[in-house]
Design a protein around this ligand. Structure first.
Ligand code: SF4
Ligand code: SF4
Length: 441
């Protein structure tokens, strides 16, 4: 047997339609097997709180081994995993094809799903995952202003902490009543011929994402501008719903399935009409590129979306390689500290954001490849806020050691979470916005 493996990780489909996936005894057996391997390895101790929690349990057990830990305590480990995939993609030598077959994140997902089916989490947890519904409500004119004002009020925040479990100090996103859809409807449609440069087809259907629709429409608008500047026509996907990632992180696989049934037919319809799909939030791209294809390995439509969805900078890099990117930049960006978001890193596309930004003259990009600790709702929930700040400390220390003029992350939530504790020369921003600034458009 080989000790560790240097082979690229391969992943098994998530067998969630199989009865054995839901069997609690077999789940506990698998948890014990994998936890025992992790206890003997401990490479991931600094990644998140799941591993220190596990090792503390083992170290406090009477046997000092995993057999001394009561399975009822496994839940504490599962609760600390926010499914960033970093342990699987970047650290673990025992992932398949290694015969030990360790897939820690998928095992945590299975444990979350089994628990969700047995006992739904409290309503407050489920509300936090209902991003589309909350966004629709909070972006109604007048309501948006009121929600934003209430989010800034200390007494209201204390109430929000009690009722919804949102930590009073967590930075919450603003809501915009001038949504992305309204902005796109106001834009004058330029008739442009798509220029296919394989593998890109030069025509984009933008999956707006819950976050860009109502919380950060500027980012998506900047992406539309950058694409338009490069001769790429863009339209929104008509009636999308949340990609499903917030529900996936809770283990609510039935809700993920409902989201698939709404989104996939629309995306496929666009693909069949010659569009590529883009989304400006890495987690949403990851959902369609990796998680759904593993949940539905036999579904040709899901696999078709996987083949045609791109991270925005992956797309621009492909266009550049084929000679189709305008590199006539008007403004330099100076020294950029670029936080590489976990859900973008695990897409295995390399540092495409850095590659494109460094085409801008007099621009250097220093990557910071550490977790922000935000990860979905983990960074705002009262029970995990302190842990998320602890995880962010290593990233902040790294940022404090480098000199930079601008700080950017492809994940706007991670950027905001880190920026809370940084003294920045400019507000944190998105690399797409930096590119728009560099073009002077
Ligand atoms: S997937 Fe991410 S959060 Fe979960 S255990 Fe691995 S590194 Fe930690
Ligand atoms: S996930 Fe892999 S690398 Fe990380 S502690 Fe467990 S066995 Fe070691």
């Amino acid at each position: 047997m080989r000790e560790g493996s240097l082979d690229a990780p391969t992943r098994h489909p998530l067998d969630w339609t199989d009865g054995a996936f839901w069997d609690e005894a077999s789940l506990d057996e698998e948890l014990e097997r994998v936890f025992d391997i992790c206890h003997g390895c401990r490479r991931c101790v600094s990644l998140c709180e799941a591993f220190p929690t596990l090792f503390d349990l083992v170290d406090a057990s009477p046997t000092l081994e995993i057999d001394g830990v009561d399975p009822s305590e496994y839940r504490a480990v599962v609760d600390q995993c926010y499914l960033c995939d970093l342990c699987f993609q970047t650290k673990c030598p025992y992932v398949p094809p290694h015969e030990w077959d360790v897939d820690f994140p998928h095992l945590m997902l299975r444990a979350k799903a089994v628990r969700f089916r047995r006992k739904k989490p409290p309503l407050r947890r489920r509300v936090l995952g209902a991003t589309t519904a909350v966004g629709r409500l909070a972006s109604i004119p007048v309501v948006a202003g009121t929600v934003n004002a209430l989010n800034r009020s200390p007494s209201m925040r204390r109430m929000l902490e009690k009722t919804l479990g949102v930590h009073r100090d967590a930075r919450l996103p603003e809501y915009h009543s001038d949504t992305l859809k309204k902005r796109m409807n106001r834009r004058r449609r330029r008739e442009m011929e798509a220029e296919p440069l394989p593998p890109t087809r030069g025509r984009v259907a933008l999956f707006a994402t819950c976050y860009c629709s109502v919380n950060a429409p500027d980012i998506a608008e900047d992406l539309v501008r950058v694409l338009g500047h490069n001769g790429i026509p863009v339209r929104l996907v008509d009636r999308e719903t949340c990609c499903g990632m917030p529900r996936y992180e809770q283990g609510d696989l039935e809700a993920v399935d409902r989201a698939r049934r709404t989104n996939i037919p629309q995306l496929v319809e666009r693909i069949d009409r010659g569009y590529d799909i883009l989304a400006a939030i890495p987690s949403c791209v990851l959902m369609f590129k990796q998680e759904l294809p593993l949940m539905y390995p036999q579904d040709a439509d899901v696999q078709k979306v996987k083949a045609h969805i791109f991270d925005p900078f992956e797309y621009l890099a492909l266009r550049h390689r084929a000679g189709g990117l305008d590199t006539d930049f008007k403004h330099s960006l100076g020294r950029v500290a670029w936080h590489a978001a976990c859900h973008q890193r695990v897409q295995n596309i390399g540092g495409k954001t850095r590659e494109i930004l460094e085409l801008v003259p007099d621009t250097t990009v220093t990557p910071v490849e550490r977790c922000s600790g935000h990860d979905g709702t983990y960074g705002v929930r009262v029970e995990s806020y302190a842990a998320s700040k602890k995880i962010a400390r290593g990233t902040l220390r790294r940022l404090e050691r480098i000199e930079f003029d601008r700080f950017a992350s492809d994940c706007p939530m991670a950027a905001a979470h880190l920026a809370e504790d940084l003294e920045l020369p400019h507000p944190e921003t998105n690399p797409i916005t930096l590119l728009r600034i560099a073009y002077g458009i």
